[in-house]
Design a protein around this ligand. Structure first.
Ligand SMILES: [Zn+2]
Length: 267
């Protein structure tokens, strides 16, 4: 199956999505710019609209100033209530607060090269979803991602690839399945396809590895959405359909998880 420039290929068990990426209609939503109290109670789709509006402003050079002054800091000193979580690459060109034109306290952000997750990243996102009640998690890949590029080059070298050391090897190994999924895409579109496939697989992996996130998604308290950032245009292309978890899939996942836990406790 080919992962085209504007779609993510899908294969997995827990998520049932059709991920078509589309441009965002231009609409400046001035009212959404100011943060308000109680935002954690907004719906996932309202949170997504707010991100889309912010990115629209950013990509059209129409950013609004965000509250970062002492008054805002005094409010935030009492507690945080971010309206969305973003897991993005560590790349300096993709700072979520900037590309979504939001302010202090608006986003709960976790960053790692290639959006590769580990247990500490999952624990951070579980905290944001469970304890801060953040209703939306965007996994944000980006054009020309160096981590995915490096994983592609390592895969191309096959068994002859030299070790990059245990840490970078771990990172590149985690991205390998996305590179494999995009392998049959025409060369000029292959890297973008691998980057999108990686976003997709990161979401699948989170749903598999985190019972907390899986349950929240199943109960419609959390929406997980893939996205792809274009470096020059500044546009974020979102997946049209969020990842979902059906009852049957949730049940199967719980059985697998219980079996794995039982097996692990024997060792
Ligand atoms: Zn990157």
């Amino acid at each position: 199956m080919l992962a085209g420039a504007r779609s993510f290929a899908r294969h997995v068990v827990l998520a049932v999505p059709v991920l078509l990426y589309a441009g965002i209609p231009f609409a400046v939503a001035v009212a959404e710019a100011a943060a308000a109290d109680g935002e954690a109670s907004i719906t996932p789709s309202e949170a997504l609209s707010r991100l889309k509006s912010g990115n629209d402003r950013f990509s059209h050079d129409a950013v609004l100033g965000q509250a970062v002054d002492s008054a805002r800091r005094a409010v935030l000193a009492q507690g945080q209530s971010p309206f969305a979580m973003v897991l993005s690459c560590a790349d300096s060109r993709v700072p979520p607060e900037v590309v979504f034109n939001v302010g202090l306290g608006d986003l709960f952000v976790v960053r790692a090269a290639g959006e590769v997750t580990d247990r500490s990243i999952l624990a951070s996102l579980e905290y944001g979803a469970e304890h801060l009640h953040t209703p939306l998690l965007v996994v944000l890949g980006h054009e020309s991602c160096g981590a995915v590029k490096a994983a592609s080059e390592a895969a191309g070298a096959g068994k002859h690839v030299a070790s990059h050391g245990p840490n970078l090897d771990y990172l590149l190994h985690a991205i390998e399945p996305a590179v494999a999924r995009a392998a049959k895409t025409p060369e000029e579109a292959r890297l973008a396809a691998a980057i999108k496939a990686n976003v997709d697989l990161v979401i699948d992996d989170m749903l598999r590895s985190s019972a907390a996130l899986r349950t929240l998604v199943h109960d419609h308290k959390l929406q997980m959405v893939g996205a792809y950032y274009e470096l020059a245009s500044g546009k974020v292309l979102f997946s049209d359909t969020p990842h979902e978890v059906t009852d049957a899939q949730l049940k199967r996942a719980r059985i697998k998880l219980a079996a794995r836990t039982a097996s692990a406790s024997k060792h």
